[in-house]
Write a protein that binds this ligand. Structure first.
Ligand code: PLP
Ligand code: ZN
Length: 450
C-alpha cells in the first residue's frame, strides 16, 4: 500500500534534470537533482514536465477564457498544485497596456507593457510565491522559507499571510526599506543577513535542511518557474482581446502585422524582461513552450533578457557561449537584479538561445533614466529593475535587433513604490511654497520666463 498523502494534480508527469538528464517521478524529488545538489550557479535544476495530451483533452483556451476566476488559478491544468491549494489572495491578471505614446516616442507603434507591479504584493514574484505556499500546504510543512533580494520574500509573506502559513525570510540587510516593511507587516519572521543575497540564499538552504522547512528559493525550487510561466498565458490572451476589440472597431492594423491569426491566441514578436537569477525569463519561456506543446500558439516569440552592466553574469555567459556563468561582484542600483551567482542559469540561457532572442546590457544610468518615460508616456511606475526592461528595449532598437513593425511586450516586474528613493533621484524634490496665490503666480512667472 502506498501511503502518499500528498495531493497531486492529474497532469504533472515528471521532473527532468537540465544538467544530467535524469528523470524523476514527481513524488521522488522536490528541489534539485542529486548530480549537483550544492548551492551555486551549477545546480542540478529540474524542469517540470506535464502530460499535454491530458491537458488538451480536459480544457481549452475558450474554457479558460470564460472562467469567472481571473487569477492564475484558471490555468489549473498546467499548474503543479491543486487549484484549491492556491492561497486566497488572487495573483495575476495584471493589465497589458498598449503603450501608444511611449511606443511612438521610439518608433514602435505596437508596444505593450505587461504591468506586473500590479500584483497583490506589487511585483511579478507573487506568481511564484502563490505556488510555493500551495505546495507547502499540500505537504503539510509547518514553515515556508526563502532567501530573496526583497520581492520574492514580500510576495511569499503576503501569500503566506493569506493562507495562514508561517514563513521565515532571509534578506540581505541592504534590501530597500519598502520591501522589508512588507515582510514585517505581513508577519513573517525576518532575518536580515549581514551579507549578500548569495549569502542569504545559502543560509536558507542550510536552514531548510536543518529544520524541515519548505524552501521557495529561486532556481532551487523547480516549481517557481511554473508560477512565473503564467505571464505568457496572460500575454497571448490579452493580445487576442486587443485584436478582437480592434476588429470590432473596424481597425485592420492586425492584418498587416506579422502575427499569428489562425489560432485564437496571438503571439507577440518579442518580449523584454530584466534578469537577475534568470527564473522569470525561464518562466516566460516555459509558458510559451507550454502553449506550443498544447498547439494553442504556433511559434515562440524572441525573448530578450536585460541585465545591468553592474550585474552581467548571464549576459557574459551568453556572450561567451558558456553553459554555466562565472560569478561577478554585482554592484547595480537595481537591487532586484543584483546577483553575483545566478541561480537559474540553464533555464535563462535556454530561453534566450532557443527563442532566437538575446541578452542586452544596460548601464545603471540608463535604467534609472527609463523610470520617467515609462511613467510619463507609458503610465507605468516601475522600480529600477522593472524600468531596466525599457532601457534594454532601447538598446536593442539601437542595435537593430528589433524591427519597427514588431509587436513588443515589455514586462514591468515591480512597482515603483518598492524603491521611492530611486524614483526621487530622477525627479528631484518638489517646490515648497507658502500657502498664497501670490506664491503660485511667482512660480508660474519663473516657469514662463524660462
Ligand atoms: C526578481 C526580480 C527580477 C529578476 O528576476 P530573476 O528571476 O531573478 O531573473 C526583475 N525585476 C524584479 C522587480 C524582480 O523582483
Ligand atoms: Zn542531474
Amino acid at each position: 500500500m502506498t501511503s502518499d498523502t500528498t495531493p497531486r494534480p492529474p497532469f504533472l508527469s515528471s521532473l527532468r534534470c537540465l544538467r544530467c538528464g535524469t528523470e524523476y517521478a514527481p513524488d521522488a524529488i522536490e528541489y534539485v537533482c542529486a548530480c549537483r545538489p550544492n548551492v551555486g550557479s551549477d545546480l542540478g535544476t529540474l524542469d517540470v514536465e506535464y502530460d499535454y495530451a491530458a491537458i488538451r483533452s480536459t480544457t481549452s483556451p475558450e474554457q479558460i477564457g470564460a472562467d469567472p476566476d481571473r487569477s492564475i488559478g484558471r490555468w489549473w491544468a498546467q499548474l503543479p498544485v491543486q487549484r484549491e491549494s492556491l492561497p486566497p489572495l488572487p495573483v495575476g491578471n495584471t493589465p497589458l497596456l498598449h503603450a501608444k505614446r511611449l511606443g511612438e516616442s521610439i518608433g514602435l507603434p505596437n508596444l505593450y507593457v505587461k504591468d506586473d507591479g500590479r500584483n497583490p504584493s506589487a511585483s511579478f514574484k507573487d506568481r511564484a510565491s502563490a505556488i510555493a505556499v500551495a505546495r507547502a500546504q499540500e505537504k503539510g510543512s509547518a514553515v515556508v522559507a526563502t532567501a530573496s533580494t526583497g520581492n520574492a520574500a514580500a510576495a511569499l509573506a503576503g501569500q503566506a499571510a493569506a493562507a495562514g502559513q508561517a514563513s521565515v525570510i532571509f534578506v540581505p540587510k541592504t534590501a530597500p526599506k519598502a520591501k522589508i516593511a512588507q515582510l514585517l507587516v505581513y508577519g513573517s519572521r525576518v532575518l536580515a543577513v549581514d551579507g549578500s543575497y548569495d549569502d542569504a540564499f545559502d543560509l536558507c538552504v542550510a536552514a531548510c535542511a536543518e529544520f524541515g522547512w519548505y524552501n521557495r528559493n529561486t532556481g532551487y525550487n523547480p516549481y517557481m518557474t511554473e508560477g512565473k510561466k503564467t505571464v505568457a498565458f496572460e500575454i497571448v490572451e490579452q493580445l487576442s482581446e486587443f485584436r478582437d476589440r480592434s476588429y470590432e472597431l473596424g481597425a485592420r492594423s492586425y492584418d498587416s502585422a506579422p502575427l499569428t491569426h489562425n489560432s485564437k491566441l496571438i503571439t507577440p514578436n518579442s518580449v523584454f524582461v530584466s534578469v537577475g537569477d534568470g527564473c522569470i525569463i525561464g518562466g516566460v519561456h516555459k509558458g510559451f513552450n507550454d502553449l506550443l506543446a498544447l498547439g494553442w500558439i504556433e511559434r515562440m516569440p524572441r525573448i530578450y533578457g536585460v541585465q545591468s552592466a553592474g550585474s552581467p553574469a548571464l549576459y557574459n555567459a551568453w556572450r561567451d557561449g558558456r553553459e554555466i556563468p562565472l560569478p561577478v561582484a554585482a554592484t547595480t542600483r537595481a537591487d532586484s537584479i543584483s546577483v553575483n551567482a545566478p541561480r537559474d542559469p540553464v533555464k535563462a540561457l535556454n530561453a534566450v538561445r532557443q527563442s532566437g532572442g538575446a541578452f542586452v546590457l544596460v548601464e545603471d544610468t540608463a535604467i534609472l533614466a527609463s523610470i520617467l518615460p515609462l511613467a510619463r508616456l507609458g503610465a507605468v511606475f516601475a522600480e529600477p529593475a522593472g524600468a531596466a526592461a525599457y532601457a534594454g528595449l532601447q538598446r536593442a532598437l539601437a542595435d537593430g535587433l528589433v524591427g519597427r513593425d514588431e509587436t513588443v511586450i515589455l514586462i514591468n516586474t515591480g512597482s515603483g513604490l518598492k524603491d521611492v528613493p530611486a524614483a526621487m533621484q530622477m525627479t528631484g524634490e518638489p517646490l515648497t511654497i507658502p500657502p498664497t496665490l501670490a506664491a503660485v503666480h511667482r512660480v508660474l512667472q519663473t516657469i514662463n520666463n524660462r
